[in-house]
Design a protein around this ligand. Structure first.
Ligand SMILES: Nc1ncnc2c1ncn2[C@@H]1O[C@H](COP(=O)(O)OP(=O)(O)OP(=O)(O)O)[C@@H](O)[C@H]1O
Ligand SMILES: [Mg+2]
Length: 236
């Protein structure tokens, strides 16, 4: 089953002289459990694509379905709840709250969601797996870039999202930490059947994913699957 579907999606920013055609007629299907890399030159539309799929911005034209819900048809409130429960984001700049310690940053999406209670055991499990449990009382400013990125990943995973959207999650990391973070994302993808879309400039990393979606000038130029997925070991 496709967990994501984009139909004739277009995104235009600005007007007249400032008009930018950031995405042009994007059609895309992503299967449940797939780990797809998104590559393309700077300004090609990668972040715009993730923002639209995550409902952080809306398309100028076209439809986006996530888990068979057309996200453009949801009210603001419905979209906020849908996003919080189904979609996790990892941004390149980590976007951690400086006044909260590691544990509270990770728990934040659950704290926001009044209908849910904090699963302390799961948070501990995540922090242990990510090797930052001993840092749980530290503040973001006391952590290295790699550690902050792992906190951001834990926070994105805390609601066990079906879809994880990562914009250059390894952009500022050294190669050893990059390998570590990629391993964690793949393990999470397998363990929880998550679908991951990850923007990366690193061609070698992209080639380790199930599929590489190549965007140029707002268009998908290739999106071939490297091998079929459908659950099972080694799917990611
Ligand atoms: N909020 C905005 N307002 C106006 N133009 C924008 C906005 N966001 C993006 N753009 C433009 O849309 C195009 C696509 O931008 P986008 O950020 O999606 O590129 P990208 O592929 O993520 O680039 P990078 O690799 O540098 O992050 C660019 O020409 C950019 O200048
Ligand atoms: Mg970008």
């Amino acid at each position: 089953m496709s967990i994501l579907e984009l139909q004739n999606v277009e995104k235009i920013y600005g007007e007249k002289a400032n008009r930018v055609n950031a995405l042009r007629d994007i059609n895309l299907l992503v299967e449940e459990g797939e780990f797809a890399a998104i590559v393309g030159t700077s300004g090609s539309g990668k972040s715009t694509l993730l923002n639209l799929i995550g409902g952080l911005d809306s398309p100028t034209k076209g439809k986006i379905f996530v888990k068979n819900r057309e996200i453009g048809s949801l009210s603001r409130k419905e979209l906020t709840i849908f996003r919080r429960r189904n979609i996790g984001f990892v941004f390149q700049n980590y976007s951690l709250m400086p006044v909260l310690n590691v544990y509270d940053n990770v728990a934040l999406p659950v704290t926001f969601d009044r209908g849910r209670h904090i699963n302390r055991k799961y948070i501990e499990e995540l922090l242990q797996e990510l090797g930052i449990w001993d840092k749980r009382r530290k503040y973001p400013s006391e952590l290295s870039g790699g550690q902050q990125q792992r906190v951001a990943i834990a926070r994105a995973l805390v609601n066990k999202p079906h879809v994880l959207l990562c914009d250059e999650p390894t952009g500022n990391l050294d190669s050893a930490t990059t390998i570590e973070v990629m391993g964690l994302l793949k393990a999470s993808c397998r363990k929880y059947g998550q679908t991951i879309l990850m923007v990366t400039h690193n061609e070698a990393i992209a080639q380790t994913c199930d599929r590489v979606i190549h965007i140029e000038d707002g268009r998908i130029v290739t999106g071939k699957r490297i091998y079929p997925v459908k659950g099972g070991d080694g799917a990611c």
